[in-house]
Design a protein around this ligand. Sequence first.
Ligand SMILES: Cc1cc2nc3c(=O)[nH]c(=O)nc-3n(C[C@H](O)[C@H](O)[C@H](O)COP(=O)(O)OP(=O)(O)OC[C@H]3O[C@@H](n4cnc5c(N)ncnc54)[C@H](O)[C@@H]3O)c2cc1C
Length: 572
Amino acid sequence: MIKRHSVIVVGSGLAGMRAAVAARESGADVGVISICMPVRSHSVAAQGGINAPLGNNPESKDDSVDRHAFDTVKGSDYLADQPAVIKLISLAKETIYELEHWGCPFSRSEDGRIGQRPFGGAGYPRTCFAADRTGHSVLHVAWERSVRLGVPVYEDRLVVKLTVKNKKVQGIIVLNFITGELEMWECDAVIFAIGGAGQIYGATSNALNCTGFGIAVSAWAGISMKDMEFIQFHPTCLYGNNVLISEAARGEGGYLRNNKGERFMEKYAPEQMELAPRDIVARSIYQEVLEGRGYGPKENGYVHLDLTHLPESQILERLPQIRELALRFSGQDMVKDPIPVQPGYHYTMGGIHVNENCASEEVEGFYACGEGTCVSVHGANRLGGNSLLECAVFGKVAGVEAAKYAKEATPSPDAKFTLFEALHEQEQEIDFWYSGEGKSDPFKIMEEMRNTMKFNVFVYREEESLKIALDKIRELKQQFNDGVYLKSKVRQYNRELEWVFALKGMLDESEAICMGALARKECRGGHWRLDHLKRDDANFLKHSLVSFADGEPKLSYQDVIITKWQPQERKY
Ligand SMILES: Cc1cc2nc3c(=O)[nH]c(=O)nc-3n(C[C@H](O)[C@H](O)[C@H](O)COP(=O)(O)OP(=O)(O)OC[C@H]3O[C@@H](n4cnc5c(N)ncnc54)[C@H](O)[C@@H]3O)c2cc1C
């Protein structure tokens, strides 16, 4: 049987829930499909805060939309599209107040206004926060709002295929974990809000379902991947396990120290010090370790994040969760001791290619928002606190736009046929994996993929290692396509099957990352080429697009939209 909603949202994180609420409030018949229940999406783990130029902090009285937008563009190393950034920041203030009115328990300043803390790369303290559990609070209120509006959420389902005919969305094929069966869902418009792709590297601050699989699913249906080579390595992940220690720890006054006890950021960003943008801080830590001033082995060393000079009460009140995480996962109490940190995969700057209305210009009826999407507002490096904002702002934009489109859309007469065909094709692939005829263990391929990416496409990159990575990923893809097998033969709740799907997607995502990184012979934001140590605006002030429309990946470029701020040298 074919199920139907006029607008289907894929993903129940902040972007997805905000989109669903907006589509419902615009009058659409909307349903959300997700791997997990809303408040188990990775958004719940966001710690430090959400940015807006409210000017509540005594030090941020002069803050404005213009200044916040400029910091974002500069932070992006001029790769963000400026009209999209201006749209994001112009809507920031009302977005925060909307979340507040929905019940978000923001931390307060003495005079009762929403508290704002300093964050990296920002000219003023403008990061609104709910202690260090901001994601938890904003995701809960968005979800509660959707419950109030009666938006159905279909959990335990993985979207594995997008069906498109004549460049128009028709529906999706969904794996239902509860029954183990495939389902057909028809829709007029679909919104992908599928989150980041940290699991490609394994060593990541991201949750297990952050595989970016939806980026690949949409690419297979003809929607390009954009700027995939831009990955944010967060400077302060806990050594050994990548648990995130939010930038809020430095925002509250934490220092970074090398094995000589020096605050080494003095050398790299004398003005902003620990609060320089993340790409710069991550590289500085990496450099200290490489030059022997870190702790542990050079190839996998760490530095210290030191908060011991802060009053205990400040840590307990403003950073309670981070203190607990560090205590549990490194055994160190940050009130008394420095904690060991190193850079790790944190954020996917690239993603599904859409315009500033969250609409695809390649496939009609397709919309996307949130981390797995590239609008692009983060360009080559995202500023901390801008991502929750992006999810809330562009989630709403996507919901409104999709509802508007769906209202006018006429259902395609052959949608059902296309869905049946796609279902059949997908069933055959799954049956083959279950048959045991495939020769390769998918988990071995995944391990090799992760090691390849971790060791060759990390903070520092160069031609030789990128070539090695691209060749290896292509070899692994071939192995996958020659046949993999499932060890577990159960049909219901077969999480192994979920990983096989994710792996298929992550291999294509990895290929796009390597292709973009190899071709981009410059340093820009999170992409640092040791063999091309300068930013090259003449040749690379442009977005990379990788299309899988004809099966084989093709790389092309699109101009960056610059309307207000001409590129300058980036100093902090
Ligand atoms: C530890 C941590 C701390 C962070 N702290 C901050 C912060 O303080 N401030 C800030 O601005 N940003 C922060 N970020 C980044 C920010 O939280 C994320 O970028 C943002 O929450 C992503 O939201 P999303 O809705 O796009 O994706 P997610 O919240 O990851 O949700 C993705 C959803 O998609 C579903 N899904 C995925 N693929 C499929 C599929 N194929 N079929 C069905 N469902 C699918 C998943 O089930 C999930 O519901 C942090 C990130 C991490 C990891």
